[in-house]
Unconditional design. Structure first.
Length: 136
């Protein structure tokens, strides 16, 4: 198994994994997210491949000040095997190599499993409120 940056040839597999993991939402196009990240100068989609089969992803990027992780997904059959930790380590490494001193992520309030995973991985809840506005 190895982790690499993913290009267009993995787009459909990545989106299928994100759907299976329950990470997609109807108002947010995962195709557009994949395209922006995989073609951006400050972002990538990382994937873990086992014998050519995509088993995990993490979309990672930075804004020049903070690194951000999105779409951490592990195939259902591979969960609780350490693959999530491995993907987060790869995401953290990518952020470090880009000279960014901090990494962050957002978790939906109802995603208790993700919240527990990140707490066990050493992440702390930040005392901030995120505001957003759709521009499309």
């Amino acid at each position: 198994m190895y982790i690499r940056e993913l290009g267009d040839e993995f787009r459909d597999s990545v989106i299928a994994l994100w759907d299976q993991a329950g990470l997609t939402r109807p108002w947010n196009s995962p195709k557009d997210d994949f395209d922006r990240a995989s073609k951006g100068d400050s972002s990538v989609v990382l994937g873990a491949l086992d014998e050519g089969l995509l088993v995990a992803t993490a979309m990672v990027g930075h804004d020049g000040h903070r690194g951000w992780v999105y779409y951490l997904a592990v195939a259902e059959s591979r969960r609780r095997t350490g693959l999530g930790d491995l993907m987060m380590s790869a995401a953290e490494g990518w952020v470090r190599r880009n000279g960014i001193p901090k990494i962050q992520l957002m978790i939906r309030e109802d995603n208790v499993n993700a919240r527990d995973f990140y707490l066990q991985a050493g992440y702390e809840k930040s005392d901030v409120t995120v505001y957003g506005r759709r521009l499309d």
